[in-house]
Design a protein around this ligand. Structure first.
Ligand code: NAP
Length: 253
């Protein structure tokens, strides 16, 4: 083999080794830093839009796990009526009261109402951990598709509107149908958790883990929320094609 060919092969191999070493270091760092999750049993979880499918489903599962839960709504009466049906100590109040009283607040309103609601509640949500599960999606004859969002994602919009809050993103891919079906004793999915505040994402992972079958998996910073929100459109396509309520699993974690 000519010297120039050997040199080329050596250069390519050493470049691959360098890139592989970098990748392995990255993986090992994540593994060695895998945190044990905090105890979140006593945290009060509030759900904005807690009268809707997703909000009710998450509230129900957390309440069943023993979490103190408050449902928020634009109508306190509507929230209290659903809380009464749910039992387990769940209370129903206005969204503003819910934001002010909870330690952790899940945002479960439609994308259309997201900006206005969060703008109105910025003060009540100051210092609070906010979990955004909103998927900005459009629907047409071909099915669901991801909308493009000025801030990049719903979660980033929340962070922009709530500069004093600790915004995370999670619970995008869990089916409300499964959450609300108490005959389903274990939900077969992971929950991807995103955020820039590690303590907040740990709390969010721990809350996800209170629902039987679910693991909360850290999946990056808020700037990567768009593709997680958008992937819901793919899951909706899976659901339609196979007549299921699909979730996702992350392997090797
Ligand atoms: N459904 C699912 O399976 C699922 C799964 C994952 C994520 N998500 C996300 O969760 C969010 C809620 O979904 P959903 O299916 O539960 O929606 P939904 O039932 O249509 O709405 C949830 C609640 O939001 C409140 N709401 C409606 N419009 C509002 C507005 N303009 N401003 C403020 N509040 C408003 C309503 O409560 P009040 O009238 O009582 O205020 C409603 O009950 C969505 O962003 C969705 O992308 C849903």
């Amino acid at each position: 083999m000519a010297n120039s060919s050997r040199d080329l092969i050596r250069t390519v191999r050493s470049s691959i080794r360098a890139r592989t070493a970098f990748w392995q270091t990255d993986v090992m760092t994540d593994e060695t830093e895998r945190p044990s999750l905090p105890n979140v049993d006593d945290l009060v979880v509030g759900v904005l839009g807690g009268t809707g499918e997703q909000g009710r489903g998450l509230a129900l599962r957390l309440a069943v796990a023993g979490q103190p839960v408050i449902l928020g709504s634009r109508s306190a009466e509507r929230a209290q009526a659903i809380a009464d049906e749910m039992g387990r100590g769940v209370r129903g109040v206005t969204n503003a009261e819910c934001a002010a009283q909870a330690d952790v607040v899940i945002v479960a309103v439609p994308w259309d109402g997201h900006a206005q609601l969060l703008q109105e509640l910025a003060e009540e949500l100051a210092d609070t951990i906010v979990i955004d599960c909103v998927n900005p999606l459009g629907f047409d004859k071909q099915g669901a598709f991801a909308l493009s969002v000025e801030h990049g994602s719903a979660a980033q919009q929340a962070a922009a509107l709530l500069p004093k809050s600790r915004v995370t993103a999670a619970f995008h891919h869990i089916s409300a149908v499964l959450l609300l079906d108490e005959a389903v004793t274990s939900i077969d999915t992971d929950v991807l958790v995103l955020g820039d505040d590690r303590e907040a994402t740990d709390i969010c992972q721990a809350l996800a883990g209170r629902i039987p079958g679910i693991r909360g998996i850290y999946a990056g910073r808020l700037r990567n929320a768009h593709q997680v929100e958008a992937m819901t459109a793919n899951l909706i396509s899976v659901n339609r094609r196979y007549k299921v309520h699909a979730g996702i699993r992350v392997t090797d974690v």
